[in-house]
Structures are given as C-alpha cells and as structure tokens.
Ligand binder design. Structure first.
Ligand code: 5RP
Length: 227
C-alpha cells in the first residue's frame, strides 16, 4: 500500500471534474486525496454528494458545497477507492464500511472512476475479505444464511462480524458488517445475486459493471485501465 500512489491517483482523478458538475465523493484514504485535490481546484458551481459522514466532514472542512442524493439524484461523476480491482474492473469495496451509500451514489452516476494504488489490482477477486452489510436485527441468523451461500460457492469459512475494541462496528446507516474471507470468488455475478437475495443482507461489496475507468497511482504519476 503506497500513500504516494493513492495521492497521485486522487490528484489525477480530480482533473476529470468540470465546473458545474454534481460529483460523488467516495470514502477512504484514496478518496480523501481526491477530495483534497478537488477542493484545491476551486471549480465554480460544484455540488458534491458524499458517500459517508467521514467524507462529508472532510469536504465541509475544505469548503466544498455539499448536496444529497435526494436534492441531486443525478450525479455526473463519482470518484471512489476500492479494496480490490479485478478483471473487467469488477471491484470489492466496503473496507471502510461505506459500501451501501457508495453503491447508491455509484448507481446514480453517469460516470464512475475508481482510484487506487497499484497493489489493489488483482488477477481475480477474493483475497480481500468481502464486506457484507447486514441489519442488526437477527444478524446471527442472517450470518448462518450467508454461510450457506458461501458454501454453495465453495467458500468454506463463514463470514465474521466486524468489530473493534469498543464493540461491533456500525455503518452510517446503523447496520453491521460481516467480512467473508472468500480467497477466490470464482463467479462474482452469481455470488452477488445470491447474497442480495437473502433477507437481512442490505448490500455487499461486489461492484460489478459500474466502473467506467480505473486510475491507478504509480510512484511518479498514474496509469489508466478501461473495462
Ligand atoms: C470504503 C471503501 C474504500 O474505497 C476502500 O476501502 C478503499 O480504501 P482506501 O482508499 O483507504 O484503501 O470501499 O467503504
């Protein structure tokens, strides 16, 4: 993981933003570089829709004008990080527990750019544990159903609830996150559909067919990958 590469990716992606746009702001350390670079450009008439309270706080501090998905349901461009970038720009996201708001914003966007350091690009998805957002009510029952789905996909280990010293991690929406150590996701589309069909699962971190461009930071600049 290289902070310089994340910075280079974030700064490069800020150049894709034009005055007057509605911009989706991602969450995470790479997205934070983008938010800083965007604020530094001082473009007129931007409205920014943040994907987490953390990003909203940063954007507000930097003087960006914030909006919501309710007030600006059509987003021109979203720029966000990823935990893994696989073939066809299929992504795992949600390491920062913001996957639900992120997916809502991505799906409302005309164009989505994924930004990352080079280590995020992988030949197949699954090394990074797949985040799954689950409602707190009955979450252990939901976890058992998730385990059955994972087992159907030849994934032996059950998903583990995400916790910190102070207790279970809650998302901005008040839900819990389970992380599934898949090792290899052989069929991301089928796994995505099977997880989404479970009552109690709010969203999962597979972002498929949503990325229009990946901007990958290098030590001295950036590369781009098209789907
Ligand atoms: C947050 C995310 C982040 O984009 C992802 O975890 C990457 O984070 P970072 O840029 O800090 O490596 O999906 O929910």
């Amino acid at each position: 993981m290289s902070d310089l590469q994340k910075k280079n990716a974030g700064e490069a992606a800020a150049q894709y933003v034009e005055a007057g746009m509605v911009v989706g702001l991602g969450t995470g350390s790479t997205a934070a570089w983008f938010v800083k670079a965007l604020a530094a450009r001082n473009l007129p008439d931007l409205r920014c829709v943040p994907t987490s309270e953390r990003t909203a706080d940063l954007a507000r501090e930097l003087g960006l004008t914030l909006s919501t998905l309710e007030d600006t349901p059509k987003i021109d461009l979203t720029v966000d990080g990823a935990d893994e970038i696989g073939p066809g720009l299929a992504l795992i996201k949600g390491g920062g527990a913001a996957l639900l708001r992120e997916k809502l914003v991505w799906e409302a966007s005309a164009r989505c750019i994924c930004i990352a350091d080079a280590a995020k690009v992988v030949p197949a998805l699954g090394t990074f544990p797949l985040p799954i957002e689950v409602v707190a009510f009955g979450h252990k029952t939901t976890a058992n159903r998730i385990a059955d789905v994972l087992s159907d996909h030849d994934i032996a280990s059950p998903a583990r609830v995400r916790e910190a010293e102070r207790g279970l991690i809650r998302t901005d929406g008040g839900n819990l996150i389970y992380d599934a150590a898949c090792k290899l996701i052989a069929d991301p589309a089928r796994l995505a559909a099977d997880l989404k069909s479970l009552t109690g699962v709010v969203e999962h971190g597979l972002f498929l067919d949503l990325t229009d461009l990946a901007v990958i930071g290098t030590d001295d600049g950036f590369d781009t990958i098209n789907p």
